[in-house]
Design a protein around this ligand. Sequence first.
Ligand code: TRP
Length: 331
Amino acid sequence: MEGAKKRVFSGIQPSGMLTLGNYLGALRNWVPMQDEFDCIFSVADLHAITIRQEPAAFRRQILETYAILLAVGISPEKSILFLQSHVSAHAEMAWLLDCYTQFGELSRMTQFKDKSARYSSNVNAGLFTYPSLMAGDILLYQAELVPVGADQKQHLELSRTVAERFNGLYGPVFTVPEPYIPKVGARVMSLQDPRKKMSKSDENHNAFVSLLDKPDDIIRKFKRAVTDSESEVKYADGKDGVNNLMGIYASVTGKTMDEIQREFEGEGYGVFKSAVGEAVVDLLRPIQQEFDRLIADKGYLEACWKTGAARAARLAGRTLAKAMKKIGFIR
Ligand code: TRP
């Protein structure tokens, strides 16, 4: 890895199969970033147990998330791609950072407030201290840039605060990370409630398109997508459902909103929805084929994540050792 390139870190939780929203909004941008930056990507499995996971399903989700990252084009040669739990420095660093993060700061995290309301029967301490684990992910690798969506901005801001606090006490140990906002990136909304972000944990499966959905299911989900009582394919205020479908179609085909409006002039929503569905099926077909090939090759996946973990552990171990020494631990 060349020292001249900026270091990027990002993580993705294996809490269900990734969606079209994850792909168009994030993953697809990670692929070209691999040439410009020194990238480290992690399947954040430790993060996922803040919500109760069924062991067999959890194991499968971790495996599938790793494979889908490879299938979309994350290269295990260009980048470091690993499972977070394979590098024990993450859990260790999270504890250290917990002790440099204030209760009040964690209490202000909107995701904590949302999730503790949503999973009120399991408001565990991990859900509360989750931002320290995430800060550790980033700081262990001295990442300069972190591609994150709007929902993770507050956690990244807290990572910066904690890094600055630690550096203020002990001298420069951590690089203070910046958010990385890619030039192109679609914000894909729920197909059933276009005011909400598309989420893989939506109880309504018609609300999201999984990257592994079968073509028929994809077409059906788009046909059922919520729109409005008008019939004109036009990007406009108040037409959240149509705007979302147009955004998806634009993102997949590279067409502009004006071009799309002209393409479907006088057609009504039915034809438009089918076209969006077909475009998404075409987009996902090669990814699904590659996924099928990879998931059947456990030996290859294992080799990839072993190499990834070894490379990650070397970098993370250095930062962890430095931080512990500064605090005063006997090394
Ligand atoms: N918390 C992030 C999410 O839920 C995933 C994540 C874990 C992450 N560690 C990270 C993202 C480090 C960026 C950097 O989406």
